[in-house]
Design a protein around this ligand. Structure first.
Ligand code: PEP
Length: 251
């Protein structure tokens, strides 16, 4: 039985003060949440403060990106060591906004995934098609390339620590959610692909989140699908009551 995982991607929102306030409000409801893995992913500047707020709770902290390199002359980058000393456990990689605005490609995303796993950070690998790709019937083809390339070289036994977030780009921040059936169809495809790539054990253990305008209202139906193991939440993660509502729908 896979444990559901709900992660909040705060993106480029929240000053330290605001982040502390949000984390404290979430902590009031979810400090002892055992049944679902809860992950807060603040901007880098607020990670330390959020980690302090949720220390001694079951809430995890994640980052929104990470360098594929160890250390050195990489201006503007943040390494695995820097994250781990702030008690970060998860890292979002290959988010569609990074692919689109910063031209991150599958090669670099794969290097980050491998580095994260090597250093015992759990990658949340984001994949998903754009609207024109869905309309052209290319959803599976696009997602397949992102998964095969993004997870290249990941051994079967590491899939227990891998989270895949299926995020149709047309549903992110738009208020348009994939229907539960549309999402389930792609999730089942992804699990089948993992089975083909590395075997049934890995396919059964890898967790696949849905992301794209998930809210307390649509979360129960999405999370009831057999291959949807949680959510990566953007907008609704910025308000404690919405985020907590989604986590409760996953219980
Ligand atoms: C996201 O960016 O990962 C996301 C799912 O955003 P939203 O929930 O706002 O669509």
């Amino acid at each position: 039985m896979r444990k559901k995982i709900i992660a909040g991607n705060w993106k480029m929102n929240k000053t330290i003060e605001e982040a502390v306030e949000l984390a404290a409000a979430i902590k009031r409801d979810l400090a002892d949440c055992k049944a679902v893995d809860v992950v807060l992913c603040p901007p880098f500047t607020a990670i330390k403060s959020v980690s302090d707020v949720v220390s001694e709770t079951l809430i995890n902290v994640g980052a929104q990106n990470m360098s594929s390199e160890e250390e050195g002359a990489y201006t503007g980058e943040i390494s695995h060591n820097m994250l781990k000393e702030l008690f970060v456990r998860y890292v979002i990689l290959g988010h569609s906004e990074r692919r689109e605005y910063y031209k991150e490609n599958d090669y670099w995303i794969n290097r980050k995934v491998l580095k994260a796993l090597e250093k015992k950070l759990r990658p949340i690998l984001c994949v998903g098609e754009k609207l024109e790709q869905r309309e052209a019937g290319e959803t599976e083809k696009v997602v397949e390339v992102q998964i095969r390339e993004g997870l290249k070289g990941v051994p079967a036994e590491a899939y227990a620590d891998v989270v895949i977030a299926y995020e149709p780009v047309w549903a992110i921040g738009t208020g348009k959610t994939a229907t539960a059936e549309q999402a389930q169809e792609v999730h089942a495809f992804i699990r089948g692909l993992v089975r083909e790539m590395v075997g049934d054990q890995a396919a059964q253990t890898v967790r696949i989140q849905y992301g794209g305008s998930m809210k307390p209202g649509n979360a129960p139906e999405l999370l009831a699908q057999p291959d949807i193991d949680g959510g990566l939440i953007g907008g609704a993660a910025l308000e404690a009551s919405s985020f907590v509502g989604i986590v409760k729908a996953a219980l």
